[in-house]
Design a protein around this ligand. Sequence first.
Ligand code: PLP
Length: 227
Amino acid sequence: MADLPDIAANLAAIRARIAEACRRAGRDAAAVTLVAVSKTHPAEAVLAALAAGQTVFGENRVQEAAAKFPPLRAAHPALRLHIIGGLQTNKARDAVRIADVIETIDRPRLAAAVADAMAKEGRRPDCLVQVNTGDEAQKNGVPRAGADAFIRAAREEYGLPVTGLMCIPPVDQDPRPHFAYLRALAAAHGLGVLSMGMSGDFEAAIAEGATHVRIGTAIFGHRPAAA
Ligand SMILES: *Cc1c(COP(=O)(O)O)cnc(C)c1O
């Protein structure tokens, strides 16, 4: 196995940057949750982060998360797992079984599948609606024009426990207007959770009100190119 980077040091550096971004924004650092994105990285990397006090993790593939996390969770009851990747309807039941938060609800068929899985599993992880703020053809998320109606339907029609919104802005644009848009949309629906900001733009996201930042590379190092 490849040597692990110094995950404890990377986490300390990220926490300091989050605290500084909060200070500049006049926000309480406790209002921002760091989601450590461990996709493609081995369980040993997650264990190193747990040892450094990190409890919230993000994975984008349900199968990978289902293989990696249940044994870790047994040993670390405080661990919380967010599913942050595009979700196929046939993975909804596994996602409901293993996740504490599903961040990527973005279409009626998926909302229906997740609601059905919740009924069958007797488990109700929090849900976020992913919004495709850049209306990019290749990206997951509900398009801007459909966002209001879909957020209402996810809550009222499908009965999902929607607590907030998530977005991934276009890579080639200033992310700030996208974060500001997401914040306004959440406020209009009375939703408190804003999952926005990654390794490259989390400080801007915090300035715009992020409550959850999803950070992978800056903690665990680069992912294999194929992943
Ligand atoms: C991989 C991933 C991240 C983390 O990205 P980094 O640039 O490595 O910090 C955040 N959010 C989502 C949805 C991801 O898939």
